[in-house]
Design a protein around this ligand. Structure first.
Ligand code: HEM
Length: 462
């Protein structure tokens, strides 16, 4: 459906013409959507709109409007088009599916992410982080972004499949990366599914990559099923999980292999690069803020002991690493790995005085909200004390939302906090990292917010 403006609708202020009309403006650049969102926010305030190919697109930077979309009026929305098109890779997994499929899947998958279950992964996180840090040499310069990717790949391999980074995991990683690189090309097809059999070079590459990926993941699922035991990993949990709210007439309510495949790939994609980027930006920000770094070291030394007395963190230390958690939170404020989210309306939507038609797209950006001075005074200052319980209570819920919110809130949030805090503590216990270049790193807003090239840091002993 292509909604048209008429008297029934009252769209927020915004661009008079369709977006391509502004193609030569400095705030319209292919691959740099943050520039456009910043322009809309600066020019029109907390709610603005523009049109692209006839579709109204609303950009919001107001915590109450975001609450309307993610919670109060959530049933009137589905995921926006570019996420829906990821179904070609992720099928009906948690990120891409809509209700009622999503609701059922969420119920089935949730136990795998319960607090007690993920607590079991603490030791694996620490031992992976310790192995990484122990490979570093004093004074060497490394690309911290590559190193954090390797660390979180190892952690997801161990927690999802109970395996080291084997050739299988490397293959999954390579094929997912190939497909994500093709993604910008693939999303331009309006009905992508009907093009997938055509002999177009990018599409052929996609098809080959996807079938190699499926072969590895399906084999891992078969092997896990055949073993018939709970290996303690997420995949075992997904295989064993049942929908306890299903009626007895429905089939035995576990997931089919296809559904498990979709969830495995979804968790792999959602849970690895996000954490790696959050950690990468944390090291950069610490290197720029020595007084925060000193406070972090003081907490780590108090909790884990210093010098020859120092020991590795365990799950029991996690609740005592409060400042470390605030550092991680503040890093995700300035560099939120999920930098924007979107929804599409399936019904007419009322937001304040505005009335917006079905089929409109709605975007909001953690990157922009988290840098809004109204909620974060002196927004570019790196200040972990913004995340003390008292300071958090002073802000609206959706002024800070690195993990989204409502029924689609990140299911891996608890996992991500634990991974971030324990990895920071393990590494900062030994090393101080110094930024090795002078120009600040550029930012690339892809699916996650990454540095736009290698981020070189020098490793100094503490
Ligand atoms: C710092 C790390 C992470 C960040 C910033 C992050 C962010 C997010 C956000 C913003 C969403 C909501 C998207 C939306 O509503 O459109 C989401 C959903 C999701 N995340 Fe995360 N995530 C992180 C780590 C993880 C981890 C470690 C896992 C799993 C191991 C994970 C699995 C998922 C899944 C499965 C969903 C879809 C949930 C649903 O719709 O029911 N994420 N994440």
């Amino acid at each position: 459906m292509t909604p048209r403006a008429n008297s029934k609708w009252n769209l927020p202020p915004g661009l008079k013409h369709s977006l391509p009309f502004y193609a030569n403006k400095p705030w319209v650049k292919l691959g740099e959507p943050i520039l456009l969102f910043e322009h809309l926010h600066r020019t029109y305030g907390p709610i603005a709109h523009y049109r692209f190919m006839g579709t109204p697109i609303v950009f919001l930077n107001d915590p109450e409007y975001i609450r309307e979309i993610l919670i109060n009026q959530a049933p009137a929305f589905v995921k926006e088009r570019t996420v829906r098109r990821m179904k070609v890779l992720l099928g009906e997994g948690l990120i891409t599916s809509d209700d009622p499929i999503h609701l059922r899947q969420r119920r089935i998958v949730a136990p795998a992410f319960h607090r007690q279950r993920i607590a079991a992964y603490a030791d694996q996180i620490v031992s992976s982080a310790a192995a990484h840090r122990d490979r570093w040499q004093p004074n060497e310069t490394i690309d911290i972004s590559a190193s954090m990717m390797s660390l979180s790949l190892e952690i997801i391999a161990r927690t999802l499949f109970n395996t080291e980074v084997t050739d299988d995991v490397r293959r999954i990683n390579e094929e997912v990366n190939t497909i994500m690189d093709l993604y910008n090309f693939l999303v331009v097809f309006p009905r992508l599914e009907s093009f997938l059999h055509l002999p177009i070079p990018g599409v052929i590459k996609f098809r080959r990559s996807r079938s190699r990926l499926d072969a590895v993941v399906n084999r891992l699922i078969r092997e896990h099923r055949a073993a018939g035991i709970d290996k303690g990993d997420l995949l075992s949990m997904l295989i064993a999980s049942r929908d306890d709210q299903a009626s007895l007439t429905e089939t035995q309510q576990g997931m089919s292999d296809e559904q498990i495949r979709d969830e495995v790939l979804t968790i792999f994609l959602a849970g690895y690069e996000t954490v790696a980027n959050a950690l990468t930006w944390t090291w950069y920000l610490l290197s720029q803020n020595p007084e925060v770094e000193a406070k972090l070291h003081a907490e780590i030394d108090t909790v884990l002991g210093a010098g020859t007395e120092a020991r590795l963190p365990t799950l029991a230390d996690y609740p005592n690493l409060r400042y470390t958690e605030q550092v991680f939170a503040e890093s995700m404020r300035l560099y939120p790995p999920a930098w924007a989210m979107g929804r599409m309306s399936t019904k007419p939507i009322t937001l304040g005085p505005y009335r917006i038609p079905p089929g409109a797209h709605f975007f909001f950006s953690q990157y922009i909200m988290h840098r809004t001075a109204e909620y974060f005074p002196d927004p570019l200052r790196f200040d972990p004390d913004r995340h003390t319980p008292a300071n958090k209570a002073d802000r609206p819920r959706f002024a800070y939302f690195p993990f989204g919110g409502g029924g689609r809130q990140c299911i891996g949030e608890g996992f991500a906090w634990m991974e971030g805090v324990l990895a920071i503590a393990t590494i900062a216990q030994h090393w101080r990292l110094r930024y090795a270049d002078t120009a600040p790193p550029g930012v690339q807003a892809k699916i996650t917010l990454r540095p736009d090239g290698p981020l070189r840091m020098q490793i100094l002993p503490r």
